[in-house]
Write a protein that binds this ligand. Structure first.
Ligand code: NCD
Length: 363
């Protein structure tokens, strides 16, 4: 199996230098100013969207982005209506679709699944969310929103609140924002839903200040950005475990009284109950605008990735070593479900890090 795929894929934003992210934001800014200039940029190109998990914004913003660029789309949003229902494996489905399309966007409930698909895909692949792991294009959306609305990606005190354990948007956003100077992070969650250790290690390595707290009220006056998230019901082992966490954080008008006047409230959406609807009228509530920025940044991304396909550029997909006898200890990792996949791990003799899902394993 090839370790370097021929195409430029977007699996994890941090595979690319910060300058590349910033060039996408700049390109998106240009598209916002003159959208009509791009109406035929992808004429004749086809995007495949494979959504193995529910989605509204990500799927439709990708589709709209391609249509606004003059391209067309194929795909499914319900694997039950595709050959997946007949037992087709991930490799076969994605290899076929990637042979039909010029670019493929994929969301899947298992961590590392999009990387697994990219190993054998025949076109560039974009990660639209792989289990509780990463969601790089939501992060591009968040970065564009902050750049446009705050004017900077540096020197911000960022509160992230809710399901920090399972929220893939949180993981990707922290990884990205820890690359900019003087940002501070306040991680607001219950003990049960605190940030995974590997993301905390990234924060520690960045040298930036961060703290873990339980009270949203106490954190509120310090924040420049409040990133609210829903409790990710579908990632819980049982309904009881979910119900024990549900409703713990609810942002309402009263809580916002203690906030800065130029706070921005973001949320990747969908909202369940963590932001009261009365907050929608507060001018600091930017989550609907944020969703719209997502379409523009995805236009910039599609254009850039299709250009790179034409130029034949690529990046290594796997940098770790193959381990035949060892499996990943994360039950939600794709390698524990699609058993033909080679097991690759980064790290050293005592600590192995799964190439697909970043789970660590002591040996
Ligand atoms: C998020 C996701 O799918 O991870 N939604 C999105 O893509 N905008 C957040 C969520 O589902 O809670």
């Amino acid at each position: 199996m090839d370790i370097t795929n021929k195409y430029l894929n977007l699996i994890d934003l941090n595979d690319y230098p910060v300058d590349w992210w910033l060039s996408l934001l700049e390109r998106a800014h240009g598209i916002i100013s003159e959208p009509e200039k791009y109406m035929e940029s992808c004429k004749g190109k086809i995007m495949g969207t494979l959504f193995y998990e529910p989605s509204t914004r990500t799927q439709m913003s990708f589709q709209t982005a391609m249509l606004r660029l003059g391209g067309t789309i194929i795909g499914f949003d319900n694997p039950a209506t595709s050959s997946v229902a007949k037992g087709e494996n991930l490799k076969d489905t994605t290899k076929i679709v990637s042979g039909y399309a010029d670019i493929m966007v994929m969301r899947h409930p298992l961590a590392g699944s999009v990387k697994a698909a990219a190993l054998t895909a025949e076109c560039p692949v974009i990660n639209a969310g792989d289990g509780g792991h990463l969601h790089p294009t939501q992060t591009l959306t968040d970065l564009l929103t902050l750049k446009e609305e705050k004017g900077t990606l540096e020197g911000l005190t960022i509160g992230l609140c809710g399901d920090l354990k399972n929220g893939r948007t949180v993981h990707s956003l922290i990884k990205a924002m820890s690359c900019f100077k003087n940002n501070r992070f306040i991680l607001i969650s219950t003990k049960e839903l605190s940030l995974p250790v590997y993301i905390k290690d990234i924060l520690s390595a960045s040298g930036l200040d961060f703290k873990e707290v339980q009270s949203l009220d106490d954190a509120m006056p310090e924040l420049d950005v409040l990133y609210m998230t829903r409790i990710q019901q579908e990632r819980f082992a049982s309904k009881e475990d979910y119900l024990a966490q549900k409703g713990f954080y609810i942002l309402d008008r009263k809580k916002l009284e203690a906030a800065k006047h130029d706070l921005v409230v973001l949320h990747p959406l969908p909202r369940v109950d963590e932001i009261a609807m009365e907050v929608d009228d507060d001018e600091r509530a930017l989550y609907f605008k944020q969703a719209k920025y997502g379409m523009y940044v995805r236009m910039a991304l599609i254009l850039t990735m299709l250009e790179s396909k034409d130029k034949g550029r690529s990046l290594p997909l796997v940098i770790g070593r193959k381990h035949k006898g060892i499996s990943c200890s994360n039950p939600g990792c794709i390698t524990n479900h699609e058993l033909y996949l080679p097991r690759y791990f980064k790290g050293n003799e005592s600590l192995l890090v799964c190439e697909y899902c970043d789970e660590r394993r002591l040996v």
